[in-house]
Design a protein around this ligand. Structure first.
Ligand code: ARG
Ligand code: ZN
Ligand code: CA
Length: 241
């Protein structure tokens, strides 16, 4: 079997009030969720429908918190244009992106939970951004996005996964063969089965848009696509040398 890949993590917290200055315990709760979700040790795998059980995968990627950086700011809303990633625009500069996953925790605003950069793009903006109330499982968290799954989803993107519905109609692909076709994101906590194209949607996939409590699996095909970024010729090869 393949080796476990351990990703060193730097968390960059930018806050304008004490709620947003999340505790070390809240940060640890998020890292714990990631380590469970990416090793198929999450407690909710027993809810995976029979037809998908066999393709639910252990990604064998783990996350090791190395450093937490904090910065007080007068800015309360950051948007999605990467200004939180540069000290020159009031944020925190990326820390060694060839060997670290950088996570910025700051209030994005506009109801956006988080966003990610795909592999192979600018190293200075590499990483993921999450609003503090959707980060971790304890402290300043907000239901129904209080189970740490926003970051599981964003790191899926950071490892090259697309949304499970392929961001389009029944003909658009997520470039993963074992994830069923759909033509839309699912929201809330959908009943099983949910059918939008011809087959049952895998609404419980981390790359759908459902509530945190209702997403609990990646597939074998998603594992192959994610782990490909670490291969010798892949865009994140520097993480495994
Ligand atoms: N909207 C975000 C994105 O597309 C994240 C959605 C996360 N969903 C969740 N249940 N936490 O990247
Ligand atoms: Zn997404
Ligand atoms: Ca697919």
């Amino acid at each position: 079997a393949e080796d476990t890949i351990t990703i060193p993590v730097v968390v960059n917290v930018i806050y304008s009030n004490e709620d947003q200055n999340i505790s070390d315990a809240q940060i640890k709760s998020q890292i714990d969720v990631l380590n469970k979700d990416f090793s198929k040790k999450n407690m909710d795998i027993d809810q995976i429908p029979e037809e998908f059980k066999e393709i639910a995968s252990n990604i064998k990627v783990q996350f090791d918190l190395r450093q937490t950086q904090r910065k007080l700011s007068t800015r309360n809303s950051w948007g999605t244009n990467d200004e939180m990633k540069f000290s020159s625009s009031g944020g925190i500069d990326v820390a060694d992106p060839t060997g670290h996953l950088n996570i910025w925790v700051c209030n994005i605003g506009s109801g956006i939970l988080g966003y990610a950069q795909f592999p192979g793009d600018n190293p200075l903006t590499d990483g993921v951004v999450v609003s503090p109330q959707f980060f971790g499982t304890t402290g300043f968290v907000q239901a129904p996005f209080d189970k740490g799954r926003t970051l599981t989803h964003e790191i899926g993107h950071w490892l090259n996964l697309r949304h499970i519905w392929g961001d389009g109609d029944c003909n658009s692909d997520d470039f993963v063969s074992d994830t069923p076709i759909s033509d839309r994101p699912n929201n809330g906590c959908p009943a099983y089965p949910t059918i939008n194209c011809e087959t049952n949607d895998m609404t419980m996939n981390y790359m759908d848009y459902v509530d945190d409590a209702c997403m609990f699996m990646f597939t074998e095909g998603q594992k192959t696509r994610m782990r490909a970024v670490f291969e010798a010729d892949g865009p994140r090869a520097s993480f495994v040398q």
